[in-house]
Write a protein that binds this ligand. Structure first.
Ligand code: HEC
Length: 161
């Protein structure tokens, strides 16, 4: 009888130990996953200033043939939904995969600057090259992005005179 209860006791102990080890393993997996998750949104190092600094002067000065044209902006919005929202989000407000394009630096950028960024990408940082889209479509996208300006920046100072 003594022998049997000692045996049962050691079985029970092994079971407890196993459970503890399994729980420990689960816990460390969980903390590792939590750490990965916490680290995920940060490591981009996106910088509109750095991206725009690469744009050659002649490219910055290019004029948008569709400047202020609402129909072209609407066409650009469709293209944006098709190609860009997965990273830049609905209404260009940004996701963890791409920055908001409503930010001041982007909204203040010249049409030529945005066109050049679209045409050349920032491939190392996850922004694809869009030169496969015909030039008029890239200008439509620029027109759409700049049509958001009205909604994103503060209204110009009003004069009261
Ligand atoms: C696979 C993800 C991805 C897709 C799809 C994508 N982008 Fe980007 N885009 C990025 C990332 C990431 C950056 C930031 C690059 C950096 O700051 O180094 C960026 C930057 C930009 C910038 C530069 C903003 C600035 O001045 O810093 C513009 C403009 C832009 N994207 C427009 C677009 C448009 C328009 C489309 C669709 C045709 C598009 N992107 C599709 C990931 C993406």
């Amino acid at each position: 009888m003594k022998g049997k209860s000692a045996y049962l006791c050691s079985r029970a102990l092994t079971a407890v130990l196993r459970t503890a080890i399994a729980a420990g393993a689960l816990f460390s997996c969980w903390t590792a996953a939590a750490q990965m998750d916490a680290a995920a949104p940060q490591p981009h190092g996106w910088s509109a200033a750095a991206v725009q600094a690469r744009v050659p002067q002649s490219a910055r000065l290019r004029k948008n043939p569709f400047e202020g044209n609402e129909r072209e902006a609407t066409a650009g919005e469709k293209l944006f939904e098709e190609h860009c929202t997965e990273c830049h989000g609905q209404k260009a407000a940004g996701t963890r995969y791409g920055p908001s394009l409503l930010q001041e630096e982007v909204q203040q950028a010249s049409p030529g600057t945005l066109f050049w960024i679209l045409s050349n990408g920032v491939v190392r940082r996850g922004m694809p090259v869009w030169s496969k889209l015909p030039e008029p479509q890239r200008w439509q996208l620029v027109t759409f992005l700049q049509s958001l300006r009205a909604h994103s920046t503060k209204p110009a100072m009003e004069r009261h005179d």
